[in-house]
Write a new protein. Structure first.
Length: 65
């Protein structure tokens, strides 16, 4: 599953989140979905819930010198 598919599936899950506070079961479902998503080389994925919506952000990995 790519990042777009992940975002779509999370959007469906986010409809059940109340007051921007997912339950433990909802976070487990999110992690299960994220584990199925394709990795993006050199990036890390952040999942968040905002106002009944889920968002996925990709952040470039920083090297520590």
């Amino acid at each position: 599953m790519n990042t777009v598919d992940l975002a779509r599936r999370l959007a469906g899950l986010a409809l059940t989140v109340e007051r921007d506070r997912p339950t433990a079961a909802q976070w487990v479902a999110v992690m299960a979905l994220a584990a199925q998503a394709e990795l993006v080389p050199g990036h890390t994925r952040e999942v968040g819930f905002i106002a009944g919506r889920a968002c996925v952000h990709l952040h470039p990995l920083k090297s520590i010198a």
